[in-house]
Design a protein. Structure first.
Length: 538
């Protein structure tokens, strides 16, 4: 919240060490030897298959879902990046080692954009984002989120500073790495509308002049880059149909509560958002106070925005702060709908707050704080404030660590139980699972077999809603008479894998039915083989 010149000249040595500090932070946060999200097993294994045999053109392991006929690897670039690490360190360790590396690169992209904006104390704003447990978790899930967030930030920067080549490259790589590239189109549209209105309302330009001033070359580079990315994608014939289901229909299903999807699709409340981003919220309050009592004064000659010099630059900073409020509003609305979008909201909030902080006069702010210290009513609070801030930072740092380590999946998750199935199964046999999120671990353990559903329950629901409903009712105990019908007659499964703790009624039905023979059980899972009523293997 000080002048940009002071901020950029301070900590010259610390700036050089900052990337290493980020890498150390993420290394300490990483739950080594485990994955905090089951999808990481899918990403690790598909990257291993790509390393061995090239890009996947089909996904026969989930042939009962839409993936059987409409598969596209919309995280292709991410899987390509994992290849070298997997080659040297193995499937799981290579994937996990890349998680803090990619998270660090993303945090550096935010840092670079903040510095390009001349934001005071850019490193502090980056650190504040990392105190958000949801944001740090999304960065370290060993998924493609760091790439999506990084390209999202680069695209915003390319728009603000009119960099068409940078926009083209970022858009192309975004389209190759994550379905979230659709968000970049929406955000640049909002920024364009905001820039147009600000020219007309604040600068009193005509609509014609304002339209002409838009960064048209940069805007044109966005769809061009996306188009090139989709054209060079190995699944170019299916990628758009796949993304329609993955991005649009999945959101509809989650909103309508049709499916039992992952918790990342659950909505957030304003209270959840404030609690998660509390350090940034505290800074927002401080910046608000600074703007009320210590805002930089605009000189009279700044009335003409065409004038060169510092005053014109200050006016541009004001308009940039107004523009950056638009991505914050959009991503906040998305986060309230699905908590996973905190990965875009938190850095957007940091960019906006940093742009606002540049409007504060450092000397006036210090003088105002000193005046508060001298008052009996506020002095004690002002002196205690740094201690409270440090305590809040420590609390959220620990909360981030706890979120990543609270629920984890060891690299050998389900391996003991799956070994019993693998020993008896022939290639192409189907395993009926009790839940869709078990698929990544099962598939990584044995990719010779077919499974019921995985990656998202929407893929089964879109292909066969009746089977999706029957499976859900069966494993949740809402229907018991369909055990043989659903598992054997409708899916042709030879084996059943289930997690008794989550589905005790389903486990009881299997144990009581002589047509299903238990072949393995451990603390978290059980496996059954389908046999005929005479007791012979089906």
């Amino acid at each position: 919240m000080m002048s940009s010149s002071t901020a950029q000249s301070s900590w010259p040595k610390a700036h050089g060490l900052f990337p290493f500090a980020l890498l150390l932070w993420f290394a300490l946060m990483t739950p080594w030897g485990t994955f905090p999200d089951p999808d990481a097993f899918y990403h690790a294994h598909i990257a291993k298959l790509m390393l061995d045999s090239g890009p996947l053109q089909a996904f026969p392991w989930l042939d009962l879902t839409t993936l059987g006929t409409q598969f596209a690897d919309h995280h292709y670039l991410f899987h390509l990046i994992l290849g070298p690490a997997i080659f040297f360190f193995g499937e799981f360790w290579g994937t996990q080692l890349m998680a803090p590396v990619l998270a660090t690169i993303t945090a550096l992209a935010l840092w670079g954009l903040l510095r390009r904006m001349n934001a005071p104390y850019a490193a502090i704003f980056v650190f504040l984002t990392l105190l958000s447990p949801n944001f740090t978790q999304r960065l370290l899930l060993a998924k493609a989120s760091p790439l999506a967030i990084g390209f999202f930030l680069v695209i915003i920067g390319a728009f603000l500073f009119r960099k068409p080549v940078l926009m083209f490259v970022a858009a192309m790589l975004f389209a190759l790495s994550h379905g979230g590239w659709i968000l970049s189109v929406v955000v640049t549209g909002l920024l364009s509308a905001g820039m147009l209105v600000s020219r007309v309302m604040l600068d009193e330009w005509t609509w014609k002049r304002s339209l002409k001033d838009l960064p048209w070359k940069t805007l044109a580079a966005l769809p061009l880059g996306i188009a090139v990315g989709l054209l060079v994608h190995p699944n170019r014939m299916e990628i758009l149909r796949f993304l329609w289901l993955q991005v649009v229909q999945v959101s509809i299903f989650s909103t309508g509560a049709v499916l039992n999807q992952g918790r990342e699709w659950n909505p957030s409340t304003i209270g959840d958002v404030v609690q998660d981003a509390a350090p940034l919220v505290i800074v927002a309050i401080m910046i608000g106070a600074g703007l009320l009592f210590a805002a930089r004064r605009i000189a009279q000659d700044d009335a003409d925005p065409a004038l060169p010099g510092a005053h014109g630059e200050f006016r541009a900073t004001i308009k940039r702060a107004l523009l950056l409020a638009l991505p914050v509003a959009l991503t906040l609305a998305m986060t309230l709908n699905s908590r996973r979008y905190a990965e875009f909201f938190v850095p957007s909030l940091a960019l906006w707050l940093a742009s606002l902080s540049a409007l504060i006069d450092a000397n006036r702010f210090r003088a105002w704080m000193q005046s508060l210290k001298r008052r009996a009513f506020t002095g004690a609070f002002v002196r205690m404030f740094p201690i409270l801030v440090a305590a809040l930072a420590a609390h959220h740092a620990f909360a981030s660590w706890r979120v990543l380590h609270a629920e984890y999946f060891r690299f050998d998750t389900f391996r003991t139980t799956m070994a019993a199935i693998s020993d008896r199964a022939e290639p192409g046999d189907r395993v009926f699972q009790s839940n869709w999120d078990e698929f990544p671990m099962l598939w990584a353990a044995d990719d010779r077999l077919k499974y019921l559903f995985g990656l998202d329950p929407a893929f089964l629901y879109a292909k066969n809603p009746e089977l999706s409903k029957a499976q859900f009712e069966l494993v949740t105990g809402q229907a018991s008479s369909t055990l043989w019908e659903v598992i054997v007659e409708r899916t042709g499964s030879r084996f059943v894998f289930e997690t008794p703790v989550r589905h005790p009624n389903f486990d009881r039905l299997l144990r009581e039915d002589p047509r299903f023979r238990e072949i393995a059980r451990d603390a978290v899972s059980a496996a059954f083989e389908v046999v005929s009523e005479s007791g012979n293997t089906k």
